[in-house]
Design a protein around this ligand. Structure first.
Ligand SMILES: [Mg+2]
Length: 175
């Protein structure tokens, strides 16, 4: 069950429009040495095996800069594994159970960095961002790319809560 409780810990440390807009220099300037990426609506179209444009190039730019990248997704193991293979054997944690913090510590460990040096990039405040903040990781929010009309009613309600939450914090322009 998705945790949608409002906590002050759901405010992202950094905001970007898209995953592929984040450069290695951005990662270093955040004080991060490794990156976790969410799948649905962050790097892949929702519930598909189709990456967003530029994801392969983005991964190779990170690799070139020596920044380890790991998938941290709540999707089921089979899909996470297939996507990992599709991305050239990218490390992954499936069934991550975000916002539970365990997966962020595990991901940072797999990358060989402290959790405080681990940037988690995701689109959802109440899973990616809240979990990363609670773990002491660096939370980075990207705008979701799927058109909301394609999403289920429950998901739209979560989006609405996110929007209201950010507006309430004076961050309405970041939605
Ligand atoms: Mg997502």
């Amino acid at each position: 069950m998705l945790n949608t409780s409002l906590s002050s810990n759901s405010i992202p440390k950094y905001f970007f429009n898209k995953l592929v807009d984040i450069t290695p220099e951005d990662i270093f300037s955040m004080g991060a040495k490794a990156v976790g990426i969410d799948l649905d609506n962050t790097s892949f179209y929702d519930s598909t095996y189709k990456p967003f444009p530029g994801v392969y190039e983005w991964l190779s730019s990170m690799k070139k800069a020596g920044i380890p990248v790991i998938i941290v997704s709540n999707t089921y193991e089979f899909r996470a594994n297939r996507i990992s293979k599709k991305l050239g054997g990218l490390p992954y944690i499936g069934n991550a159970n975000k916002p539970d913090t365990k997966c962020f510590f595990e991901a940072a460990k797999q990358c060989g960095v402290d959790v405080s040096e681990f940037a988690m990039v995701g689109d959802q405040l109440f899973t990616d961002i809240q979990g990363a903040n609670n773990a002491g990781a660096i939370s980075v929010r990207v705008k979701y790319m799927t058109r909301e009309i394609l999403m289920g009613i429950r998901f739209r309600l979560v989006r609405r809560r996110e929007r209201l939450y950010l507006e309430d914090k004076g961050l309405g322009d970041k939605v």
